[in-house]
Design a protein around this ligand. Structure first.
Ligand SMILES: *Cc1c(COP(=O)(O)O)cnc(C)c1O
Length: 337
């Protein structure tokens, strides 16, 4: 590990992901946009149960669960949560039971949404699903479930939405070091890393990691929650915690947190026209699949930033592909012409 993040080496980690993930040029898309050189960091290819960004967080979270001798993990998310699916896969791989508190937060329904994609895979991994209304307090529901499992003699370990606490976010501090190393090897200077931001752990880890390793790299989160102020506040809070855990000097520079609003549409999980264009264009120019909830809106955000002149044509910008492609199937109708 790079010297600035040496403290990461001492933190327990359970290998689950295929690392390093590839860093690839998007030559045809870059040319079509007449923009900066765009590279894609393929965290959709982390390998576990169809991959995605949560697997890096789970390497640290599952190590902690095992250190605490948990026999069951409980986590939470929406019906089509990628985090929940990757947690169910990690639990299966490690021989832990998995209990999922799923809340109907997205006003989107139908048989595809309720039965295919991520939720289909949750079941396949053997997780037990508890479906709740959209307004359910997830933390309270997980705690109540945890207490009932404890009474039955089990030892549960609770993982918050998106795996976003300071332990999970360490996965993206480690990812910053991985990406900085790939850039160094290829002799490229990264101007910015652009990605979808929601529960905040990804951006928090990346922001803390790059602030320590290479402060010239701008980490730009694209809000997909339609609550940008809350997401930015959570990113700053988690990044400060990561900073402390990694024993970095002084305080996390909070002004490093850049969150772009305006690409989420009406609400989390609801399709937008810009998302659909971004998903189609990326598929047709690069053979690369994005998803309707996160990476499609993030790519729409990158298109918007390029159009607004946020980068120079000779800049190198990394699009962090955070995964989510299993949601292409439940959102079939949103992507039809
Ligand atoms: C969870 C998720 C994100 C957002 O990451 P956070 O750490 O929750 O901000 C982005 N993309 C995909 C595909 C995700 O599943």
């Amino acid at each position: 590990m790079t010297a600035a993040l040496a403290a990461l080496d001492a933190i327990e980690r359970r290998p689950l992901a295929h690392l390093p993930t590839p860093l690839e040029p998007l030559a045809r898309l870059s040319a079509a946009l007449e923009g900066p050189q765009i590279l894609v960091k393929r965290d959709d290819c982390t390998g576990l149960g169809l991959g995605g960004n949560k697997t890096r967080k789970l390497e640290f979270l599952m190590a902690d669960a095992q250190a605490q001798r948990a026999d069951t993990v409980i986590t939470t998310g929406g019906v089509q949560s990628n985090h929940v699916r990757q947690t169910a896969a990690a639990a299966a791989r490690l021989g832990l039971a998995c209990e999922l508190v799923l809340t109907r937060v997205v006003p989107w329904g139908g048989a595809d949404y309720e039965l295919s994609g991520n939720i289909q895979l949750d079941r396949l991994f053997g997780a037990r699903i508890h479906l709740h209304d959209g307004d359910t307090n997830r933390t309270a529901a997980m705690e109540a479930l945890g207490e009932s499992l404890q009474r039955a003699g089990r030892t549960p370990y609770l993982i918050p939405t998106g795996g976003s606490n300071a332990i999970g976010a360490l996965g993206y501090a480690a990812a910053a070091a991985e990406l900085a190393g790939q850039a160094r090897e290829r002799n490229v200077k990264i101007a910015a890393v652009v990605h979808a931001s929601s529960s905040g752990g990804t951006q928090a880890g990346l922001s803390a990691g790059f602030a320590a390793l290479d402060p010239a790299v701008r980490v730009i989160g694209i809000d997909v929650d339609a609550h940008p102020a809350a997401v930015a506040a959570e990113v700053r809070r988690l990044a400060a915690e990561v900073w402390t855990r990694l024993a970095l000097p002084g305080d996390f520079p909070a002004d490093k947190v850049i969150l772009e609003a305006g690409y989420a549409g009406e609400a989390y999980g609801l399709p937008t026209a810009e998302m659909k264009t971004a998903v189609q264009r990326t598929a047709q120019l690069e053979g690369l699949l994005l998803d309707p909830v996160y990476s499609g809106k993030a790519m729409a955000g990158l298109f918007g930033l390029i159009e607004a002149g946020a980068f120079r044509p000779d800049d190198t910008v990394v699009f962090l592909h955070t995964g989510g492609t299993p949601a292409l199937f439940p959102y079939r109708e949103a992507l039809e012409d």
